[in-house]
Design a protein around this ligand. Structure first.
Ligand SMILES: Nc1nc2c(ncn2[C@@H]2O[C@H](COP(=O)(O)OP(=O)(O)O)[C@@H](O)[C@H]2O)c(=O)[nH]1
Ligand SMILES: Nc1ncnc2c1ncn2[C@@H]1O[C@H](COP(=O)(O)OP(=O)(O)O)[C@@H](O)[C@H]1O
Length: 208
């Protein structure tokens, strides 16, 4: 399946900094918009329904899965998360560039559906820094932090399946790397489309 807009997928272990980086990237790039996922987990801290997530019950989530409403969905840290068709299809058809902030399971599902999607994995600089960021963030309970740190080891091993890996040590450097990847993909995709239309023009000329 192919749409005119670019599709960027950002995945990372919890606490690596993907939400902060995507938020900063969106503030710098008016052509990018972010997909709002559905989740069965409860809101954290100041999170609002319809801003960070569409917060729904596990039963509602499973009913949506049954109705085929998700492009992708996964169980992550014991909660359900998914990208609905409604969240991104219209914008991609209009040629908007969309960013998905999802886990590695969802990223691989998206790549299967949209091979041109650009998968970007955000790595923390160290396990200790990852744990410190989760603690400093302050909205995740101690036992949940232990679960996420445990899951992080398997998640980091999935980085090998991604198109790009960005180490989020210094925030500004990681943000620059993200911007560069988005810019390079736009240039590549635009030239690929131009090249395709040039080939069709050449074929027209041959038939004249
Ligand atoms: N597959 C999938 N994963 C998602 C989606 N939305 C969020 N996630 C992932 O679920 C995990 C937990 O997200 P969250 O509960 O917001 O915690 P955080 O990682 O600490 O910010 C993260 O890896 C997210 O990338 C989604 O729509 N689909
Ligand atoms: N490069 C960085 N250096 C230090 N702290 C960071 C950096 N990037 C993000 N953080 C902080 O780490 C915490 C986790 O970041 P967040 O974006 O919520 O991660 P994720 O969305 O991957 O769970 C937040 O408090 C954020 O401000």
């Amino acid at each position: 399946m192919e749409y005119p807009g670019n599709l960027f997928v950002v995945a990372a272990p919890s606490g690596a900094g993907k939400s902060s980086l995507v938020k900063a990237l969106l503030e710098l790039d008016a052509k990018l918009s972010v997909s709002i996922s559905h989740t069965s987990r409860a809101p954290r801290g100041q999170e609002q329904h319809g801003r960070e997530y569409w917060f729904i019950s596990p039963d509602e989530f499973r009913a949506k899965v049954q109705r085929g409403e998700f492009f992708e969905w996964a169980e992550v840290h014991g909660n359900l998360y998914g990208t609905s068709r409604g969240a991104i299809e219209a914008r991609m058809i209009q040629g908007e560039d969309v960013v998905l902030e999802i886990d590695y399971q969802g990223a691989l599902q998206i790549k299967d559906i949209f091979p041109y999607a650009v998968l970007i994995f955000i790595l923390p600089p160290s396990w200790d820094e990852l744990q410190q960021r989760l603690i400093r963030r302050g909205d995740t309970q101690t036992e949940v932090i232990a679960q996420r740190m445990h899951n992080a080891r398997h998640e980091v091993a999935q980085a090998q399946h991604f198109d790009f890996v960005v180490i989020n040590a210094l925030f500004e450097t990681a943000l620059f790397d993200l911007k560069s990847i988005v810019h390079a993909q736009r240039l590549k995709y635009a030239s690929q489309r131009r090249n395709r239309s040039n080939v069709f023009r050449a074929l027209d000329l041959i038939e004249d």
